[in-house]
Design a protein around this ligand. Sequence first.
Ligand code: IMP
Ligand code: MG
Length: 181
Amino acid sequence: MCPDHSRPHDPVPPHPLLSREEIGARVMSLGREINAALPPGTIHVVAVLRGAFVFAADLIRALPREVSCDFLAVRSYGAATESSGIVEITHDLGLPITGRHVLLVEDIVDTGLTLRHLIDLLATRRPASLHVCALLNKASRRQTEVPVDFVGFEIPDRFVVGYGLDHDQRHRNLPYVGVIE
Ligand code: IMP
Ligand code: MG
């Protein structure tokens, strides 16, 4: 059974940009790319909450080697669809990352301000290596230069929801990525 993701107060569901099939296939190939590129050993996957939790859950199952997982929660958006530029860590890591091969998993890189902040923070804790994987990249919106080692999809400058991404906490459970106007 496929749930109906439209809502009574939402007559127009988000317009599909990436189907669940496209996402699924890309996540599998990302797993292979990451496995081939990272140094041997356990990959310590750090997912950025809340947006990346759906992607991270699928990505770890596409990684054909041992992983450990941790989470970091940040707030960079309120109800608005524009970045505030202020990045607040609302929940820090539960495990030390010193000496580990860290893979930071983000849902989307937009201005790059969130990622810049997180990379600088994690680098101070001396991981053995630090790589970044983002499901989506809006390169045209970048305000600060930031390295993204693995990108699922390059997307245009549109506000997207679904597959973990929200607008004001809604639509995270959509199985696809769609555009809202
Ligand atoms: P940045 O700091 O501008 O790069 O924004 C990064 C964060 O903003 C992401 O991790 C998302 O949580 C959120 N964000 C940016 N663009 C979108 C979007 O199109 N849809 C949903 N969230 C977004
Ligand atoms: Mg996010």
